[in-house]
Design a protein around this ligand. Sequence first.
Ligand SMILES: Cc1cc2nc3c(=O)[nH]c(=O)nc-3n(C[C@H](O)[C@H](O)[C@H](O)COP(=O)(O)OP(=O)(O)OC[C@H]3O[C@@H](n4cnc5c(N)ncnc54)[C@H](O)[C@@H]3O)c2cc1C
Ligand code: FES
Length: 271
Amino acid sequence: MSDRKIPEKSVIAAEVLSNEKIAGGIIKMTVAAPQFAEEAQPGQFCNLYPAADRLILPRPVSICDAEKESGTLTFVYAVVGAGTEEFSKLKSGQSLRVSSPLGKGFRMPSGTGQKAVLIGGGVGTAPMLFLAKELKKRNIHCTAVTGFRREPFLSQELKAAGARVITTTDLPSPDYFLGTVVDCMEINEISGDCYFACGPRPMLAAVFDYVQKRGQDVQVSLEERMGCGYGACVGCVCDIREKDKDGREQIQRRKVCKDGPVFMGSEVIWS
Ligand SMILES: Cc1cc2nc3c(=O)[nH]c(=O)nc-3n(C[C@H](O)[C@H](O)[C@H](O)COP(=O)(O)OP(=O)(O)OC[C@H]3O[C@@H](n4cnc5c(N)ncnc54)[C@H](O)[C@@H]3O)c2cc1C
Ligand code: FES
């Protein structure tokens, strides 16, 4: 860990180094942000700020990769609206306002030699790459189960990070499993010592159901709609199940941007 202290929610004008389409409507963007790359943890996100005045709110995007050596952060985003449309037009050499890494990321397993299962749905696969790289450094073996409606992405990068990768899609293909990530995990009897998931909420709920039946839990990254992204509004509040000091269960209102976005599946109120 660096001894340089980054003020919480500091924002820099980062140089865009590349911003390329990697699948239909999906862009991979790398920016120069050496201090943030040093501090970033898997499961954290950055606020990306559109330049257009009418787009007031920042857009939260997960850190897909952070390389200390090159001082870069990489994001993978779907073009879904005005903000991401604006980002998709950025050329190398232009700048983008990027916040310091935000939120609480994935908790790393303490032991080594364990088996981890990483489950990503669509752009929820993005944070799994940074996570797989960090787990590999800890000698933890990763199986990544990634699900896409159509064209998969990040499979090669996950393999290069040492993960065994199983890809599912909604379209029949000889190369991929046809069905949901949970169907795939059931049929292939995929299990591990620890589980991490990011993707659409119904997928996260199904993954929690899968691991719960095995008496296990899963760290889930929730991608709620957000306002400020750093705890100053209540745009992202959700109910979280917690135990008090006497072990009694209680429901607390928690800010996904600050207290999360990663929670245990058993803490989330799914229905
Ligand atoms: C912690 C976190 C991490 C995220 N990481 C990524 C990522 O790595 N890659 C990525 O592509 N996206 C990610 N998102 C979602 C991303 O923030 C939104 O897609 C983006 O803000 C949309 O901005 P826009 O201006 O293009 O679209 P808008 O005009 O704001 O919205 C366009 C459409 O997208 C939907 N939408 C917007 N935000 C969300 C959201 N949070 N969840 C579900 N639907 C949404 C809207 O309902 C609307 O239908 C993340 C969100 C959070 C909260
Ligand atoms: S988005 Fe403002 S408090 Fe979470």
